[in-house]
Design a protein around this ligand. Structure first.
Ligand code: M6R
Length: 607
């Protein structure tokens, strides 16, 4: 959502803060700002829009100080303009905030009644006035923060500076992540380890309710009750500079092209090449005794969960429900004894998914986090963890995280099938062979990049686009439509091909491209019939199939993309690549901001 950084040490912090914000910009880019203390006085620079605007402003009007905080915003309360940009301040205190203060209206009213004057439309400003009101009553910064925290409802992470207290930053976390970085006579705060990667690898993650006092040479952490506590310091695994696009024009394209490698890396952690079988890390539950699986996620990760539902039910004979986290968390779901709840998330921080995890734990489910960030809240709170090794994903549109999620889920499905004996040795060996093949076949699909880029010209002029698929092709249709929507701003819908006749077929016109996902599997003929129905009504079909499928039906389509012939089990992973590339090239033609599309943020840590 928003990105936070704080630094207290020996160097002029403004350039370091801006550099940190550059690495956090993927979390939000509606506005950015920094604040420092110079001889105890608050200095502040803020700019609407992307970080480059703040950078230019700070170049024109430099800002000194050895202690400072910074923020990159994804707007929740108040328009994304300069007034609403963080840091928010009065004469005593300046702070940055990630999250939502749910009782801000009530606090605002109370403080206004006491004479406080509010300048912004944000929920955050209420925290400024609250801290300030405690300070002016003679409380120390530490006591003022502690008293303030007891009044806040909602989810947040905070970094706060106090006029007259050079060197001091107080950070706090409840619901939103916050990491403390330990340097040489320099201490840091960051929304994640990526922000702090070039500054330090020594990271400590604050726990729920913690707050921390940072000075250049010390960090004192307090828990929810104010008791001083020790939290483990670990070595962050983030070393790569996530701002390096290599020779690619966009992170999204780089990340699409990384897929053969990162799928291979992920498989290597779950596969024994000598025995040619799946070997999962130790789990805290017995896969053979699971009575039901609930998969919970949002967005693209939810689509990965949907594919897994088809896989689990077919291969491992276990009933599966797949839920959107935002719906699941409030619907008082019944969760049976010996149920396993799987939480799929790139970031491991998505607020709805995290809340669903906590709900499942309260219902005594076994919990398994499938995440890309080893240090994330979900990884720390779930009973067991399976990691995708996608590396940092910077493009807001998720690509390599999705295919590595599918890779891990496929391995989990096969392992469950073997444990439950729902598949025999021969079947297990066949699934495993198909898994080993994926990186090479994904590479083959990437060779169609130019053809897909040509097809994108047709898609780019459309107002609406439909994606159709059956079985595991259906979630890929949903994913293709989501990718197109979020980066090209073209209206797109993914449909189960068999549902067309129940309504959506009314949308078919010759200017509505219809992307049909149809591997030669047991559902091919059914999908083929639905495609004929579309063509009979003048629809222009872009047909994604393998050699056999294209031989049978390719001539009926306006265009075809040939995907390698593979076991239908792994087909959804391969058919993802063309829909990613099609969205990318369409967005490129439309001139939209591929890596930072409007209104979005990479990690959604509010509900
Ligand atoms: O970090 P998560 O996987 O939990 O994020 C879930 C969604 O916010 C995310 O997949 C979103 O839908 C992507 N922008 C889609 O490309």
């Amino acid at each position: 959502m928003c990105g936070i950084i704080g630094i207290t040490g020996r160097h002029t912090v403004a350039p370091l803060l801006i550099d940190g914000l550059r690495r956090l910009e993927y979390r939000g880019y509606d506005s950015a700002g920094i604040a420092t203390l110079v001889n105890g006085e608050i200095q502040r620079r803020r700019a609407e829009g992307k970080l480059i605007n703040l950078d230019t402003l700070v170049e024109k009007r430099p800002i000194d100080g050895l202690v400072g905080i910074g923020h990159t915003r994804w707007a929740t309360h108040g328009r994304p303009n300069e007034i609403n940009a963080h840091p928010h301040a009065d004469k005593n205190v300046v702070l940055v905030h990630n999250g939502i203060i749910e009782n801000f209206q009530e606090l605002r009213q109370e403080l206004t009644d006491k004479g406080h004057h509010f300048e912004t439309d944000t929920d955050t400003e209420a925290i400024v006035h609250l801290v300030s009101s405690f300070l002016t009553k003679g409380n120390s910064p530490q006591d003022s923060v502690s008293l303030t925290l007891s009044r806040l409802e909602g989810a947040f992470s905070l970094a706060i500076l106090f006029a007259g207290y050079d060197g001091l930053i107080i950070g706090a976390r409840r619901g939103s992540p916050l990491a403390v970085g330990y340097g040489e006579c320099e201490m840091y705060l960051g929304s994640d380890a990526i922000a702090l990667a070039p500054l330090t690898q020594n990271i400590c993650y604050l726990e729920e309710g913690d707050w921390v006092e940072l000075l250049p040479e010390s960090a004192v952490i307090h828990d929810n009750n104010g008791t001083i506590v020790n939290r483990p310091i670990c070595q962050s695994s983030v070393s790569e500079d996530p701002n390096n696009k290599g020779n690619f024009e966009h992170f999204m394209l780089k990340e699409i092209y990384e897929q053969p490698t990162v799928i291979g890396d992920t498989l290597n952690t779950l596969f024994n090449p000598w025995k040619r079988t799946v070997t999962l890390p130790e789990l805290t539950f017995n896969l053979g005794k699971i009575s039901r699986i609930t998969i919970i996620a949002c967005g693209t990760s939810f689509h990965a969960g949907l594919v897994a539902k088809y896989w689990f039910e077919k291969v491992s004979d276990v009933p599966v429900e797949c839920d959107l986290a935002s719906e699941f968390r409030y619907r008082e779901a019944r969760m049976p004894k010996d149920g396993l709840a799987i939480f799929v998330s790139q970031s491991g921080e998505t607020a709805d998914t995290l809340a669903a995890l906590r709900y499942a734990k309260s219902k005594k489910q076994h919990t398994l986090a499938l995440v890309n960030v080893a240090e994330s809240s979900m990884a720390r709170e779930a009973d067991s963890v399976l990691l995708t090794l996608a590396g940092p994903e910077i493009g807001v549109a998720s690509t390599k995280a999705f295919t590595t999620q599918l890779t891990v889920l496929a391995c989990l499905v096969v392992a469950t099938g073997i444990t439950k004996r729902s598949i025999n040795n021969k079947q297990a060996a066949s699934y495993c062979r198909s898994l080993i093949e994926i990186p090479a076949r994904v590479n083959d699909v990437l060779s169609h990049d130019q053809k897909i880029s040509d097809l994108a010209r047709e898609v780019a002029v459309a107002k609406d686009v439909l994606y159709l698929g059956r079985g595991t092709g259906f979630p890929i249709a949903l994913e293709g439509a989501l990718k197109l929507k979020e980066i090209s701003y073209i209206h797109a819908e993914g449909y189960a091909a068999g549902e067309m006749k129940h309504g959506p077929i009314a949308l078919i016109e010759d200017n509505v491209p219809v992307i049909v996902i149809a591997p030669s599997d047991e559902l091919f003929e059914k999908t083929a019939s639905n495609m004929q129905e579309v063509i009979a009504r003048g629809g222009r079909v872009i047909f994604l199939s393998d050699k056999d499928g294209i031989k049978k039906l390719g001539r009926m389509a306006a265009a075809t993309i040939e995907v390698p012939t593979v076991d239908s089990f792994v087909a959804p992973i391969l058919y993802t690549i063309p829909v990613q590339l099609l969205a990318y090239h369409t967005a490129l033609i439309k001139g939209s901001d591929v890596d930072q599309p409007r209104n979005l943020a990479k990690s959604v840590t509010v509900e």
